[in-house]
Structures are given as C-alpha cells and as structure tokens.
Design a protein around this ligand. Structure first.
Ligand code: MRU
Length: 349
C-alpha cells in the first residue's frame, strides 16, 4: 500500500495504475486505503459505501471506467468497447439516486465514442483526472460563492457528510463552511449524526477536526430544538440530485430540517455542482430514491437493536421542495429562491 496521508482531501487517489480509496466505513477509528484494479471492484466499493457522496461517486466511477477499459483492452484488444459494457452496467447499477454517477459515466462514454480501436487507457485516464480536478475547482468556487451569502458570525447546521470525503476534494456544503470559517463568518458547526450510517458523527466531525473548525454533534432529532433556541443562521447541505424545478434530493432528514428551518426563520443553502442538476427530471417526484437494507436501521455497530420481529423502512434520501430552499450554490453561480426558470437559465447560460 503506498504511503498516502489519510486526509479527507486525499480520499480518492490514482497512483501507479491503481485506484486507492480511503475506506469511509472504517472512519474515524481507523484510517485505511483499499486498492482497486477492476471496474467490478469499483462498482462494489460504491455500492458498499467504501466511497459515498454524490460527486465522489461520480469521480470514482470515472476511474472505474479507466480500470474496466484497461482490462477490456488487455483481454480483447480492439474489441475492448464491447468487452467493457458489463462493467459499465455494474457501475451504473451501484447506487440509483446520486446523478453524478450517471453524469460521469455519460462523460466517459462520450470520450469512448471518439476513440479508435487502439488502447483507450491513457485517454480515459486523462478524462477521469479532469473530472476529478474540475470537481475540486467547482467546490472551491462554491465555497467562495456560498460564504459570500453568510452574514456572520453565526452557527450553522449540516447534515450527513458533504465534505471532501463526499467529493473529489474540499467539499460542497463543507467547502462553503471551510471558506466561511476562514472568513470569520462561522463560529460553530452543528453536525447531525445522520442515522443509520452516521456520516455526520463519523465523517463530518472528523473532517471538521482536521481543519480545526469547532464542531458539535447532534442526534438528528435535536436539530429542531437547537433552531428554536436561536443562533443558527443557516442549514448548509449538499445534494445527490436536483430536479429541473429546484427540488432537492439529499440524505434522509434534510426535508425535516428544511421544514423546521422555515418555521424558525433559518435559511437553507444547498451547495452542489452543476453535475448534480438533472434537467431530465422535471420535479423531485421523478427522482429515484434509494432504499437500502433494513438491517442498516435495525442494527447499530453490528449489533441488533430493533426488537425481534420488527421490520424497518430505510429510504436513504428524501426530497426537499424548492420552495423550502433559499439558495442553491453551484460553480456557475447562485440561485436564490430556485425555480424552473432560474435553473434553466443557469444551465444554459
Ligand atoms: O448515502 P450517502 O452517504 O452517499 O449520502 C450522501 C449525501 O446525502 C450527501 O449529502 C450528498 O451526496 C452530497 S455530497 C457532496
């Protein structure tokens, strides 16, 4: 295993012809990378939550195409294109809601269509690395734009993990928080623990600690009471997919936060690159919502907590109507009070 510093900004690393992923299932108690060599391994890693977060899934899938294409070329030579299809299908089936996955696969397919019958590996790797670097640059830009909206100093609440770990680096929601903290506009971040995978307590708090940003964990149900006490200026979250009318799919619990925020006069910011905006889905109702194994809810830390015989419903995302969102921050600009017309202008502008 190469010596990669275990920082949130190094969670996806291409080195010496292998893809290394910081295994997010182990954090924060252990830091370890796994090395991947095939498209199938990459699809499994996405499905099993080694890597998660919509933009990170997209970046990882792009590298997965590189590995799949290299193996297809080595096995079939000029017939690589056809040999690659099963791995592309596996990658596309890994998770259904994060549209960045499909966006990245489409972009890699676009390049594949331009390539001849020769070894495609180098060209596809350049494209995957471009997707990765563009995502980091988009996050830095969103950080500036989102921070500019915040009148500080104030405290904020974030949900799940929309940080460097969930992206190519720097983060979407946590990118805004990092930039706003550096500008003295945020004094404390309250992180929802985010049942059942605990992305907030395991990942967000770990990332904020790496940046010395004061963080306080909350059980998800405490956020409403915290808003009622005052002192919270913004809810800042990421997204897995934004529909053409501005409805936002994000980690289960985001909708409840947005409803509470409206009641208490707290503003809601969604930070997401334009690769998360899906103009083919008119409204949130058209976005597929992933449901995972009930065991994730019934168990905690590997131990069964649900009563014997109890079942569980485990939708892992919810839909926040555009009307509850104050700002969508993208690398192309900010949309206040989003609606279909404003999104169309942003995407075509
Ligand atoms: O199930 P996860 O951990 O992949 O869910 C991630 C989220 O909901 C994030 O908020 C979203 O992907 C945005 S990440 C920048």
């Amino acid at each position: 295993m190469p010596d990669i510093p275990p920082h949130a900004d190094n969670a996806i690393v291409w080195r010496d012809g292998r893809l290394y992923l910081l295994d997010q299932r182990l954090l924060p108690l252990k830091t370890g990378f796994i090395g991947l060599d095939t498209g199938e391994e990459v699809a499994d890693a996405i499905r099993d939550m080694v890597v998660r977060g919509a933009p990170a899934i997209g970046v990882t899938a792009a590298y997965g195409v590189v590995l799949a294409a290299r193996n297809a070329w080595q096995a079939r030579g000029p017939g690589w294109r056809k040999a690659l299809e099963p791995d592309l299908a596996r990658l596309a089936a890994a998770r259904p809601t994060a549209v960045n996955l499909f966006w990245a696969l489409e972009r890699m397919r676009g390049l594949m269509a331009e390539l001849g019958a020769g070894d495609p590996t180098a060209r596809l790797l350049t494209e995957a690395q471009a997707i990765h670097q563009e995502d980091i640059a988009a996050n830095r830009r969103m950080g500036e734009l989102g921070a500019a909206l915040i009148e500080g100093p104030t405290s904020v609440i974030t949900h799940c993990n929309a940080g460097a770990l969930a992206t190519g680096g720097y983060g979407t929601a946590l990118g805004v928080i990092r930039s706003a903290f550096a500008a003295g506009k945020i004094d404390r971040v309250y992180a929802d623990e985010t049942r059942p995978w605990l992305q907030g307590s395991r990942l967000t708090a770990w990332e904020l600690g790496q940046d010395d940003i004061p963080a306080t964990l909350l059980i998800d149900g405490a956020a409403a009471s915290l808003m009622a006490r005052g002192g919270i200026g913004w809810i800042i979250v990421g997204s897995d997919r934004i529909a053409a009318n501005g409805d936002v799919a994000n980690k289960i619990g985001t909708y409840g936060l947005a409803l509470c925020a409206r009641h208490h006069g707290v503003k809601v910011m969604v930070a997401a690159p334009t690769s998360t905006i899906d103009m083919t889905r008119a409204t949130g109702a058209d976005i597929p919502i992933e449901e995972r194994d009930p065991a994730e809810v019934l168990c905690c830390g590997g131990n069964r907590m649900g009563a014997p015989g109890a079942g569980a419903w485990n939708p892992v995302f919810d839909l926040t109507p555009a009307g509850l969102v104050d700002a969508i921050v993208t690398e192309k600009g900010v949309i206040l009070q989003p609606d279909a017309k404003k999104l169309a202008n942003l995407m075509t502008g």
